[in-house]
Ligand binder design. Structure first.
Ligand SMILES: Cc1cc2nc3c(=O)[nH]c(=O)nc-3n(C[C@H](O)[C@H](O)[C@H](O)COP(=O)(O)OP(=O)(O)OC[C@H]3O[C@@H](n4cnc5c(N)ncnc54)[C@H](O)[C@@H]3O)c2cc1C
Length: 403
């Protein structure tokens, strides 16, 4: 029988993440929304705490760095593992603040890329490194198979040339995981990812973006000019397997999309919780045991949003659980990201609407959450791209057949 309860073994982790979100992130949320580009110093202490928990084994996969598809060791037992733990703890942290979660040292999306595709030696070498992820380029967004940044083998180094834009934590991270092509004539199979440590000659941050939301998180344009990295910094295998196509690089997305879905879930949960309290203060009590049709319009709207939220939450847990259990989850990862990204935007904006002028003013964080949430339906593949991937998988069509 399916058990839809949260796994008991993750309750202490989720509880801790909730405490951190409430006591450490919420109090500085507005400060760093207003002080865009200022580094949230408070996160250093928090990151040290999380490192301590990870070292002691007390937190299994408490963040983005925890996602990894373990080798099939023949163990057929069902696992609730690091992927599930990561989505649950990230949702809690984003109940606190999405921008601050994205600014957490050593928990970058580049860390998920490393965790997803690095070999054991690289995993050890890059342990503890805070890594951003650079895929997007001027002229290359959703169509990531068209990457123009090049990596050319020269002796025992690759020489990287190109421009990457919108790199989350691009200024603050210790290293950037850069997607570049070994040979543009070989198409998407030749796209590989490279770990480029901060300070490597030839890599420079050109500028930081001003944004609608997640302002606590820095978003950088990075230029690579004859940037030399050791050949062993190419993540995974250097072989160009044309048959495998884009699968190697795409493996990262199967792990990171559920994480972004979890961010949307956490932010939407925050909006729902606060709106329910505000409605209650205004005399509208939402009764979860009675049909929406017999309740006030505001209560009915909240119930409908709760149902949407639940659907996104369960899809996200499913996608992460499948990764933990070594099941192919590209379809489910995209379904989770599409559903959570959309309901995240819908819910946070509808909560502004339900709370009226209080929702729109800076007296509460509702307006901020509606701004923060929007990016979660854009990066790591937009809403439209997720729907395209889902349609291709369901209909059994290739990317050439359905564009
Ligand atoms: C704050 C922020 C942080 C980011 N962080 C990172 C990061 O860390 N690393 C990184 O590499 N990138 C990052 N990005 C970039 C992000 O991943 C891209 O913006 C995203 O992939 C969309 O690409 P684009 O902006 O070029 O839009 P486009 O690809 O040009 O798309 C524009 C519109 O067209 C739609 N569209 C495109 N193709 C199709 C199609 N085939 N069918 C239907 N509709 C389509 C899209 O859904 C979208 O609505 C970030 C962006 C922002 C704003």
């Amino acid at each position: 029988m399916i058990n839809l309860d949260d796994p008991k073994k993750f309750r202490p982790l989720v509880g801790q993440a909730h405490q951190v979100a409430m006591n450490m992130l919420r109090p500085i949320s507005r400060k760093y929304d207003q002080a865009e580009h200022e580094y949230p110093q408070e996160l250093d202490m928090l990151a040290a705490m999380i490192d301590g928990l990870s070292d002691s084994g007390a937190s299994e996969g408490a963040g983005a760095a925890g996602v990894r598809r373990e080798e099939n060791d023949g163990d057929k037992t069902v696992k609730n593992g690091a992927n599930l733990a990561s989505v649950m703890s990230i949702a809690e942290m984003c109940w606190g603040d999405v921008g601050l979660l994205l600014s957490m040292p050593r928990q970058g999306l580049g860390n998920s890329a490393i965790a997803s595709v690095a070999n054991p030696e690289q995993l050890e070498r890059f342990d503890g490194v805070w890594a951003g992820m650079a895929i997007t380029e001027p002229g290359v967004g959703s169509d990531s198979a068209n990457i123009k940044t090049t990596a050319t083998l020269d002796g025992d180094h690759y020489v990287i040339n190109g421009e990457k834009i919108y790199v989350t934590s691009g200024d603050r991270a210790d290293a950037i995981v850069v997607w570049a092509t070994l040979d543009r004539d070989l198409g998407r199979a030749a796209i590989k990812s490279f770990v480029v440590p901060k300070g490597t000659p030839g890599m420079r941050v050109d500028r930081l973006e001003h944004k609608l939301g997640i302002r606590a998180s820095d978003t950088a344009t990075i230029i690579f000019e004859n940037c030399r990295v050791p050949a062993e910094n190419l993540l995974g295998s250097p072989e160009v397997d044309v048959k495998q196509g884009f699968a190697g690089a795409m493996a990262t997305f199967d792990n990171t999309r559920p994480l972004v879905a979890a961010m949307a879930i956490g932010c939407a949960r925050a909006s729902l919780d606060l709106t329910r309290d505000l409605l209650e203060q205004a005399g509208v009590v939402v009764d979860y045991d009675r049909p929406a049709i017999v309740q006030s319009a505001a209560a009915a709207k909240l119930l409908q949003m709760e149902a949407d939220w639940e659907g996104a939450y369960l899809l996200t847990l499913q996608a992460a659980w499948m990764a933990d259990n070594r099941e192919p989850n590209s379809l489910e990862a995209s379904m989770a990201k599409a559903k959570a990204g959309r309901i995240g935007s819908d819910i946070t904006l509808s909560c502004v609407e339900l709370a009226g002028s209080v929702g729109y003013s800076e007296a509460e964080l509702l307006e901020k959450w509606s701004r923060d949430s929007k990016i979660l339906d854009i990066f790591e593949g937009t809403q439209q791209i997720q729907q395209l991937i889902v349609a291709r998988r369901v209909l059994g069509l290739s990317s050439a057949e359905l564009k």
